[in-house]
Design a protein around this ligand. Structure first.
Ligand SMILES: [Zn+2]
Length: 166
């Protein structure tokens, strides 16, 4: 007898991805996955709060972030070298980023700096970084840092303004 899971029969990974039901990881070891899951849960707890909603002052963005949390709609890629691609230093500060994300996407890249204090550039707790990056995922192309920085700030009283935030 054929199993009754037509969507999951041939392309299980893509089917799950399509529905966004689980967090996905690329290049993250077990420990990094554990830390990312815990930080993501903390970010989502903050995002679910009334405090976050009123702090954001823009319901459409809160709604998008809450949807990402409900659907676990994020793919975390762990980059282990600052010299590579997404984690290269960015002008004008020439600081390498804590993390990076595409707009209108589910892809978030975690850079080495996100894990610790490198060169005195402190990214803040990981949940603050994740709230910032996933807000980028919710935005349209070229929308800049305003709302990601706002989401970062609203994600917790211990979230510093950092990175590209003015
Ligand atoms: Zn940003």
């Amino acid at each position: 007898m054929r199993p009754c899971y037509p969507f999951f029969s041939n392309r299980a990974i893509n089917s799950i991805d399509m529905f966004g039901l689980v967090l996905q990881f690329v290049g993250c070891d077990e420990f990094e996955q554990k830390l990312l899951r815990e930080a993501w849960d903390r970010a989502c707890t903050a995002i679910a709060s009334d405090r976050f909603k009123s702090c954001m002052c823009k319901d459409v963005h809160t709604t998008c972030l809450r949807g990402k949390c409900q659907r676990q709609e994020v793919t975390f890629t762990c980059e282990h070298y600052e010299s590579l691609d997404k984690c290269k230093p960015v002008p004008p500060s020439d600081q390498s980023p804590c993390a990076a994300a595409y707009e209108n996407s589910r892809d978030v890249y975690i850079c080495p700096k996100a894990w610790n204090n490198v060169d005195g550039h402190y990214c803040g707790p990981l949940e603050c970084v994740l709230a910032h990056e996933v807000m980028h995922n919710c935005m349209t192309a070229g929308s800049g840092e305003k709302w990601p920085c706002k989401a970062q700030e609203c994600a917790g009283t211990n979230c510093p303004r950092g990175g590209n935030c003015p």
